[in-house]
Each structure stands twice: as C-alpha cells, then as structure tokens.
Design a protein around this ligand. Structure first.
Ligand SMILES: [Zn+2]
Length: 464
C-alpha cells in the first residue's frame, strides 16, 4: 500500500478509500501488472519564431514521410508485374534481390541523406526517426489489422511530431523545453502528477493553436478495482446510444447532430472554391475549427456519460465488440457519428478512476435470450424494438433486454457472491436481493474478457 503514496498528485482517494473499505476476509488485492500511462495535454504559447520552427519541422517530417512512403510503394509496384509480361503502367525497375525498405533501412538512409539535404539537419534526428517509425506502424497495421493504406500527406494532414525524450529537467512553471525549439511558454491548466516518468512529448497543431501531449508513465502497479457492489450491463447501439440494465435509455445528444449537419454544409461548399485559393484556405480553416469543436464536445459528453453510468454501480459490463470496425460497418448505412471506440476507452478509464469493476462479456446473441428466464427467443431483425418472452411473459424494450442479458453474463463471469451493498441497492433499487450464488470458480479466474459460460449454469435471483 505504500506505493500508493507515490501517486498523490494523481487522484487516488477513491482507490485508497476502496482498499481501506475492503472486507477483512479479503487478504490480498490483485495488482495489475500493466503500468499506468496517461496523456496530459497543455496549450502552448509559442513565439512567432517558434511557430516558424514548428511549421518547418512539420514540413520536413512531411517530406520524410512522403519520400519513405513513395519508396515503399515503388518497391511493391516493381514486384507486381508477372515475370513474362509487361505492366501497362510504367514502374521503376528495382532489382529482384533489393530488400524491402523497412524501418531500419530507411532510418539508415535518412542519416546518409543528411549530408545531401541540409534542411534535414534542422530537425532533431529522433523526431524524424519517429516519423519513419509511425509510417512503419501504419504499414504493419495495413497488412496485419486491415487498416487503410497509409496516405501521402499535404500540409493540412501533417499535424504533429514526437520527441521520444526530453532533456534534463524540461519543465518549469511557465514553460517547457524541447530540443531545437528551446523553452516554449505553456498554460499549465492543471498540475502535473508527481512520481511520473516522461515517456514522450508530442507537439500537435490544431485549429485552435499548438498543444503538447505529454505521455506520463507510472512505474508502480496500480490495483484494478475488484468485482463488488451493484452490477450494471450496458448495451451500445445506434437507436439509443446506450441502454442500461437498470432500464435507462440514453440517446445521442442533439447538439452533436446539429454540429454535424453544419459541418456537412461547409464541406459541400469546398467544391466551389478553387484549389490553392485564399478562400479555400479560409474555408478549410473554418472546417478544421468546427471539426475540433465537434470532437471536443463529443469527448466531453463521453466523459460525462461515463461518470453518470458509474454512479451507483460497482461493476460495469459491456459487450466484447471491436467498436471501431463495428462502427465502420454501420457507417455505410447511417451517417452516425457516435464514436463508440472512444467511448469504450473512456468508459474503461473512468471506471478505473471511479473504482468500478469493468469487464467485457461474450457478445454473441445477447438479443436472442430472455434475460428473465433464459429461454431462447430467436433471432430478431433490427426493426423489432421490443422483447416479449413467450415462456415467462417478460416484457421490456429490446435494448434493455440486451443490457440485462449482458449484466447476467457479467455476473456469471465474475462468479462471486456480491458483497451486499445495501445503500447502493436502495439508491438504484432495481434488483430485489442481490446475493447471487457463486459458480465455485475462484476469484482469480474471473479475469477480463474470458470465455464465459451461459448464465443458466448458475442459480440466479429474479431480475426486476
Ligand atoms: Zn422469459
């Protein structure tokens, strides 16, 4: 427990309070082996000269990115034509034993190129290496994870660069020191937590100015919240953004939709503007500002919603969905701008901060089972919005039924007697008696996202 003192700057009263309040029969707290990494973002106030240097750095990074990408593409193109045929398009001839230009090869070339192109020397060498590394990662993601092809960048698309490390004592009260840039003033909108190590610093150009994102790493293990208290299942969807097992349904806020419509309007106007013209540039900036406002507003709403969902809950369960690809599939049908992936990440983080246990459960067929009696109710098309069980006569909306089923699966997964939490139950008042019988599996086996048996395997109490 002493290690917790190290992170006093970090908001831990909830965690320490929870550990102190653990029943005495629990003798150990499971420590998470994962180190805690957080990103703090601050607004920079650079001088005009520093702005010039930042823009210059972005420009050099952009040419390095585009050159390295061209090199990779050329290598691939030179190999796509059959050996006994000619390609219709012209391609560079690259000898057959020429190895693929991977990160190490390109980084070496970069060092050699510095003698020829002095502008490369204006930028810190590690920054350029990071650019190559990012390209390398994007390339791997394209091959292994089905992401899109890395794009060539114009000046609007190259927005940030990374210092993998800062010098000694880089932080003062009013300014922060970067290699080659010197001391830049910043607005310290919140104090930096103590006991953290700097991992890296990223300078980002946004529509509203320049920002620095500091990655901070805490070199101690932080306990994950234990399963306890009131369980709550969440069903995410397009119709309702989220439905909870306590019967609450939350829609996407209207203000996001309105802003989205406004953005569409501006984007449509782009095609009337001549490329490279001043008016087009101005309109682009207007669009960028709106983009940022939308993303800030949405993020803020995600945080508020996550805190709201944590209120009165001790455990939160969601479906084990890859939200990013799921949303991509839906996007073709609806012009939804829901940001489920971001929300899932924020929710997990807020749960951790609020000392709420968070777990993902098996996603298959959550809408095909009656949460009340466990009967199979069959597949439903998306237009069926109500759940009506023929076996037990249980009626509720489709989304709430799914969230109840998710909650049931979660309770099964943690497989434990829920520590009675009378006030929490009275406050939410949705479950009669919450003393579920454990499955006999040990607490240790209840880790995140494990394969979960069907909830019929256990006795479970009535669901309100
Ligand atoms: Zn039923």
């Amino acid at each position: 427990m002493d290690s917790l003192k190290l992170i006093e700057g970090f908001d831990t009263p909830k965690i320490s309070k929870y550990i102190n309040s653990l029943p005495s029969q629990i003798t150990h707290v499971r420590y998470n082996a994962v180190m805690l990494t957080m990103t703090y973002e601050y607004k920079l106030q650079p001088t005009p000269e520093q702005i010039t240097t930042i823009e210059q750095t972005l420009d050099v990074c952009r040419s390095v990115w585009n050159f390295a990408l061209r090199q990779r593409k050329d290598w691939c193109n030179s190999r796509k034509s059959a050996i006994n045929a000619c390609s219709i398009q012209s391609e560079y001839i690259i000898s057959a034993d020429e190895p693929f230009p991977n990160y190490h090869k390109q980084a070496k070339q970069l060092t050699e190129a510095k003698n020829q192109y002095p502008q490369l020397k204006l930028v810190h060498s590690q920054v350029l290496q990071q650019t190559l590394r990012t390209l390398d990662r994007a390339w791997d993601d394209m091959k292994n994870r089905g992401f899109g092809f890395p794009r060539f960048k114009n000046k609007y698309r190259m927005r940030s660069f990374v210092f993998p490390q800062l010098g000694k004592d880089p932080i003062r009260n009013d300014s922060i020191k970067f290699p080659k840039l010197g001391w830049i003033q910043w607005r310290q909108s919140r104090p930096l937590p103590e006991g953290f190590l700097f991992k890296q610093a990223r300078i980002v150009r946004k529509a509203s100015g320049y920002f620095v994102m500091l990655s901070l790493q805490l070199n101690i293990d932080v306990p994950n919240p234990m399963p306890h208290g009131h369980p709550r299942g969440l069903d995410l969807g397009y119709d309702k953004f989220v439905a909870t097992s306590d019967g609450e349904e939350i829609k996407r806020p209207r203000f996001l939709k309105t802003m989205q419509r406004k953005l569409k309007l501006l984007q449509r106007r782009l095609k009337n503007k001549q490329k490279g013209s001043n008016n087009r540039h101005k309109l682009n900036q207007k669009i960028a500002r709106l983009h940022q406002r939308i993303s800030d507003t949405r993020k803020d709403w995600h945080y508020k919603l996550s805190h709201h969902l944590c209120d009165g809950a001790g455990m939160i369960f969601v479906e084990d969905i890859n939200f990013v690809s799921w949303q991509r599939g839906m996007l073709s049908k609806q012009n939804a701008d829901a940001g489920f992936g971001q929300f899932a990440n924020i929710l997990e983080w807020v749960c951790f901060r609020r000392d709420v246990y968070f777990a993902k459960v098996n996603k298959d067929g959550t809408s095909q089972t009656c949460p009340n009696c466990g009967a199979y109710t069959g597949k439903k098309t998306l237009d069926i919005r109500f759940h009506h069980c023929n076996e037990c006569g249980y009626k509720t909306t489709r989304d709430v039924a799914a969230s109840l089923e998710i909650r049931n699966r979660g309770i099964t997964a943690v497989g434990q007697t829920v520590v009675e939490n009378v006030c929490g139950l009275e406050a939410t008042g949705s479950i009669g008696h919450d003393t579920l019988v454990g499955t006999g599996r040990s607490r240790k086996s209840a880790s995140r996202g494990v394969g979960i048996p069907h909830f019929k395997d256990i006795e479970h109490s009535e669901v309100a």
